[in-house]
Design a protein around this ligand. Structure first.
Ligand SMILES: [Zn+2]
Length: 294
């Protein structure tokens, strides 16, 4: 049997710290709908019995318009989940088999750097992909001429990105205000303390620099509680998507770190294309927002 997992309770809303969140869902992990999902999704690599005692709890902070899982795996459990249960080879095969739209999307979003910053010579612009995964977005930014680096915890992903010429850095070792553009995609929904992370990223950004955040969208999550709630591979994915952001929640999180949302009016030639892109992203259940350090 797989090792027993231990959960820790989050003290209040991870964005504002308020403890008066509303509980929307509370289901046991070891039986019923959540157990069925875990069994199917992880193909037996997590035995529901190893999660006994934990509950899949969805809380909602009205002040932040933010959904979050109230109980999350402890550090050891998170490491086990991301390093051993989600098999790296499977994840690489998935992106290597991705359709051309996936890679073209990287070029499009990397192209935004030049729209959101006054770039004349890309080589003088420092770009960081935080949580770069296999480094495909970083490769797109590098191809556009930017001085690109990535941050990542998984050794196999770091090695793969290095083979493609992407160097990795530890953000704690970076000085204040040294990066022009930080890209984070599918990162913030996974972290136990999003406030701490956004603060770290704001610290390394130059004044006027931009942070792009891409997460699964929780804009339509409210609807899910109107009928019987079914756990699934979505914005509230059990164990993994512990933060469910609406656009207001992301704005509030960024605001706390001195980052202000970049409005559509700040875009020039890309405005129309961006609106279309944004609509497509929303259809795909994504939320993508850009914030500037003021
Ligand atoms: Zn809150």
């Amino acid at each position: 049997m797989s090792k027993k997992f231990t959960f820790s309770e989050r003290g209040g809303c991870p964005i504002c710290g308020d403890g008066r969140s509303t509980e929307k869902v509370s289901l046991p992990y070891h039986e019923g709908a959540v157990s069925d999902f875990i069994g199917t999704y992880y193909q037996g690599r997590i035995e529901p019995e190893s999660l006994r005692g934990g509950r899949y709890r969805i809380l909602y902070c009205d002040a932040c318009d933010f959904y979050y899982q109230g109980d999350i795996l402890n550090d050891e459990g998170m490491y086990e989940l991301y390093e051993h249960i989600i098999v790296p080879e499977g994840s690489l095969a998935k992106v290597q088999g991705a359709r051309k739209e996936y890679f073209q999307g990287h070029l499009r979003t990397a192209g935004l750097i030049g729209e959101l910053l006054p770039v004349t010579t890309p080589h003088s612009v420092k770009v960081l992909d935080f949580g770069m995964g296999w480094g495909h977005w970083a490769c797109a930014a590098k191809a556009l001429g930017y001085d690109t680096m990535g941050a990542e915890i998984s050794p196999s992903r770091i090695a793969y990105a290095a083979e493609n010429g992407i160097r990795s850095v530890d953000i704690n070792a970076l000085p204040d205000a040294c990066i022009d553009f930080v890209h984070t995609d599918q990162v913030f929904e996974h972290v136990a303390d999003p406030r701490q992370l956004v603060g770290e990223l704001a610290r390394i950004l130059r004044l006027g620099g931009v942070l792009g955040i891409g997460v699964p969208s929780a804009e339509n999550t409210a609807k899910r509680f109107k009928s019987k709630f079914v756990p699934g591979k979505d914005e509230l994915h059990p164990l993994e998507h512990i933060n469910g952001f609406t656009s207001d929640a992301l704005k509030r999180l960024a605001d706390g770190a001195g980052l202000k949302v970049v409005g559509w009016t700040e875009y020039s030639t890309w405005r129309r294309r961006l609106r279309m892109l944004s609509r497509t992203m929303r259809d795909l259940g994504r939320l993508d927002m850009y914030f500037r350090k003021k």
